[in-house]
Design a protein around this ligand. Structure first.
Ligand code: SF4
Length: 93
């Protein structure tokens, strides 16, 4: 189980989630258009879900089907940031 950041974060990146996450497992870099949860570090506390002002964060089992791809994108960012950024760009356009 992990939490997943979805499309509502794109170009918002409020980062309240990063401030509240107790294990610092939400990441973003200057070249990103959204934040990402490291699925192996997430302890499923749900604090970020409530903190996000745009409702971008979901428990993976509750992720709406139209943004299901973001479960993979949150993982992919930790393996291939450029590929993830290209896909986020494509989804945002
Ligand atoms: Fe961090 Fe908790 Fe959100 Fe996981 S559920 S990303 S541990 S705040």
């Amino acid at each position: 189980m992990t939490f997943v950041i979805g499309s509502a974060c794109i170009d918002v990146m409020d980062q309240s989630c990063i401030e509240v996450c107790p294990v610092d497992c939400i990441y973003v870099e200057d070249d990103d258009r959204m934040c990402f949860v490291e699925p192996d570090e997430c302890i499923d506390c749900a604090v970020c879900e409530a903190a996000c002002p745009v409702g971008a964060i979901f428990r993976d089992t509750d992720l709406p089907s139209d943004i299901a791809e973001f479960a993979n994108l949150n993982k992919l960012w930790f393996e291939d940031k450029d590929a993830t950024r290209r896909r986020v760009d494509a989804l945002a356009d």
